[in-house]
Design a protein around this ligand. Structure first.
Ligand SMILES: O=C(O)c1ccccc1NCC(=O)[C@H](O)[C@H](O)COP(=O)(O)O
Length: 221
């Protein structure tokens, strides 16, 4: 998807506790997602996202995830976490995603028939497309989608998501070569409760995939 990446970025999503933030950062996460969708079992309110985001060190990006939120709800989230990247995970139109005039990720539910190139064209302002499995409740369902649905060339960075875990993320990175990976369920002990050991293993597995890709490039294969 993306030209050879030396280091696949890692986003861990759906954190609700300080201890999980610390463990995710220690494991090597580049971005931390806060779910501002009240129907999610991982939901936090904006003020809580602000508290948790203040714990992040420099160069670890907070991401605010919305599902069909109102402009007021998005503004409230941004007031609490002013430097956040936005993630739109619902049925938002391109105009709604662009309206806050902030960098954003557009989630795509990867079902047969989805035209990813058309989606990318309709979201010229998206920093990346986040490819997720189609699940009930919009996301965070821990389901893997068929990676062969991804076109060989996508004209923007791709975040591979949906059912990743320490056991399958090497395959995912090597198959898709995404700019970044995103995980929630696969590093949890319960919904919204992250497991430090699983986060560590997940990040190590991504680094292993990067090393294998670099070795293959060196070998000219
Ligand atoms: O986490 C949720 O509950 C959620 C609810 C509604 C929309 C999106 C949601 N989460 C999205 C994510 O956590 C990730 O961006 C991604 O989909 C990975 O989820 P998972 O398959 O659980 O690893």
């Amino acid at each position: 998807m993306t030209p050879l990446t030396l280091r696949t970025r890692i986003k861990i999503c759906g954190l609700t506790r300080e201890t999980d933030i610390d463990a995710a950062v220690a494991a090597g996460a580049d971005a931390i997602g806060f779910v501002l969708y009240p129907k999610s079992p991982r939901a936090v309110i904006a003020a809580r996202a602000g508290e948790l985001a203040r714990r992040l060190p420099p160069f670890v990006t907070p991401v605010l995830l919305f599902v069909n939120a109102t402009p007021d709800e998005i503004a409230t989230g941004l007031a609490a976490v002013p430097h956040a990247l936005l993630q739109f995970h619902g049925d938002e139109t391109p105009e709604a995603c662009a309206a806050p005039a902030r960098p954003y990720l557009r989630a795509a539910r990867m079902a047969p028939g989805l035209d990813l190139l058309d989606l990318a064209a309709r979201h010229p302002g998206a920093q990346a497309l986040l490819l997720d499995a189609p699940v009930e409740g919009y996301g965070g369902g821990g389901k893997v989608f068929d990676w062969s649905l991804i076109p060989s060339v996508v004209p923007c960075p791709v975040v591979l998501s949906g059912g990743l875990n320490p056991a399958n993320v090497i395959d995912g990175v090597m198959h898709v070569r995404p700019w970044a990976v995103d995980v929630s369920s696969g590093v949890e002990s319960a919904k919204g409760i992250k497991d430090a050991a699983l986060m560590h293993r997940f990040c190590q597995a991504v680094r292993e995939a990067d090393a294998r890709i670099a070795a293959a490039a060196d070998a000219g294969t």
